[in-house]
Design a protein around this ligand. Structure first.
Ligand code: PHE
Length: 489
């Protein structure tokens, strides 16, 4: 058996965890989910989700990976019991769905970096994005042919992912030093310009004014938990496999606090750039902030180009820099999605990584072609919704049950406390055993019923059945893989 790789240093691990966490989820996904769920109305559930699930589950996953010294499926099998191995596989299928579409957003960024040189989007960024760039078809039923520039971008992105991973995890720690720090500097420029635009205040009001009635909506809760899982790379095996590369003696809880707070702080900060721009757009178009842009996953590609165009000097330069930043943010997240998937298979069957890696990258590229079609935008939306809202929340729920009740939360907490600078208290058990599973369980069932009744968004009903079908399929596949014998059993 190949010897397990190790991180070069503690900073290497923290930076890699932050690098896996900070990504398009902060700059692209957070603002649009927040906007779609009512701005300020979303922030309270988001914050609650961070405290009740984000930090506790990150501690849980770090502990599980470190203790098991294996990827997600083997970690569940070794530590909790063979019967729970399928939860690990399910988390890997969830991350697989994400790495099938995530590089497409990066492919858009590649194109936008090129368009920045001439600020091609002009003043109507929304029209440019949907009609000129994506050339969206009439609906998910019409694929309408491939958009070649996006496909070319996708190829570039997958080659980059492959090259980064090929070098092994020590290199990851090093790449990430840059991919995390430079973007922060660029984000500051965006926020400052956003805040100084006329009308920015209206956008900020929408962003920051809490709306307590939203607390009664299960869909907002599910969206918040899904976003926290997505942004912290939880429930996807990523952090389990990353911490399995930790030397036996390293700290857990402190690392988890640093990574999750740094990450969610970044999202909150990026929100200022997006919402102040929305305020500006609303004022210049004479409409309210909630109506100003199509809510949905194109939001970032409408608002950031607007700010870039309005920069007082060197706009093309900052535009190029900004989209390169999106790429660098995305790349460490993207390879942290592929890594656990590869590790899951190599841990169980001892496949050679040399073969598994290019194969999986090629598979990712091939399926990704779907999202580069004119109807691909809708599919990206549907797959993103089902994976994050239902898939991740389901895995999060199952992790809580497996560790909280089968393994026993108290035992895991004692293990964490033995090795950590910060000791965690009984509150952790309460979150893992009661609060998080309760909120997730209730809102999950509620939403599922509503989904079956009404479908998702304004898409035809059959698309929801495709979404549910994919979820059922990956659950079945997880059971099958867990039942199959590995090399050591
Ligand atoms: N957390 C990453 C982001 O916010 C996405 C991600 C998901 C990374 C899964 C790794 C694993 O962009």
């Amino acid at each position: 058996m190949e010897e397990r790789e190790r991180w070069g240093s503690r900073a290497g691990f923290i930076m890699a965890s932050i690098g896996a966490a900070i990504g398009l989820g902060n700059v692209w996904r957070f603002p649009y989910i927040c906007y779609a769920n009512g701005g300020g109305a979303f922030l309270i559930p988001y914050f609650v989700a961070l405290i009740t699930a984000g930090i506790p589950l990150m501690i849980l996953e770090f502990a599980l990976g470190r203790k098991a010294q294996a990827g997600a499926p083997s970690a569940f099998a070794r530590i909790v019991g063979k019967k729970t191995e399928w939860i690990g596989w399910l988390s890997l299928f969830a991350v697989m769905l994400i790495f099938l579409y995530y590089p497409t957003i990066m492919a858009w960024s590649v194109n936008y970096a090129v368009h920045s040189a001439t600020l091609r989007w002009g003043t109507d960024t929304q029209n440019f994005f949907y009609n000129h760039f994506l050339q969206t078809s009439g609906g998910p039923g019409i694929l309408g042919g491939i958009r070649w520039p996006i496909l070319a971008g996708l190829a570039v992105v997958w080659i980059a992912i492959y090259l980064c991973l090929f070098k092994g995890i020590k290199a990851v720690g090093k790449v990430v030093m840059w991919t995390v720090t430079i973007p922060w500097a660029i984000l500051v420029i965006m926020v400052v310009r956003g805040l100084t635009l006329p009308g920015a205040v209206d956008g900020l009001k929408f962003y920051l004014t809490p709306d307590f009635t939203a607390l009664l909506k299960p869909n907002v809760w599910l969206a918040a938990y899904g976003q926290v899982f997505f942004t912290l790379s939880l429930a996807m095996g990523t952090l389990i496999v990353y911490s399995s590369y930790l030397p036996k003696k390293s700290d857990i809880s402190n690392n988890a606090y640093i990574a999750s707070l740094a990450n969610c702080g970044t999202s909150f900060f990026a929100g200022f750039a997006v919402f102040s721009t929305l305020g500006y757009l609303a004022q210049s178009m004479g409409v309210g902030v909630p109506e100003v842009a199509k809510s949905g996953l194109g939001l970032a590609f409408v608002t950031y180009p607007t700010v870039i165009r309005l920069l007082p000097f060197c706009a093309p330069f900052f535009g190029i820099l900004f989209f390169i930043m999106l790429l660098t943010l995305g790349i460490d997240s993207a390879f942290s999605q592929v890594e656990p998937f590869v590790a899951g298979f190599t841990d169980k069957w001892h496949f050679s990584k040399k073969w598994a890696l290019p194969l999986i990258c090629f598979f990712g590229f091939l399926v990704g072609v779907l999202f580069t079609t004119r109807g691909g935008f809708y599919w990206l939306d549907i797959v993103d919704y089902f994976t994050c809202t239902f898939g991740l929340c389901l895995v999060g729920f199952l992790e809580c049950v497996a560790i909280g009740y089968i393994y026993k939360a108290r035992k895991m907490r004692e293990y964490v406390n033995e090795v950590s600078e910060f000791k965690i208290g009984k509150w952790w058990d309460v979150m893992i055993m009661i609060v998080t599973p309760a909120i997730l369980g209730i809102s999950f069932v509620w939403e599922l019923i509503k989904l079956v009744q009404n479908g998702y968004g304004s898409y035809p009903r059959w698309t929801s059945f495709v979404g549910i079908g994919i979820l059922v399929l990956i659950i079945i596949l997880s059971f099958v893989l867990a039942k199959t014998k590995g090399r050591e059993e």
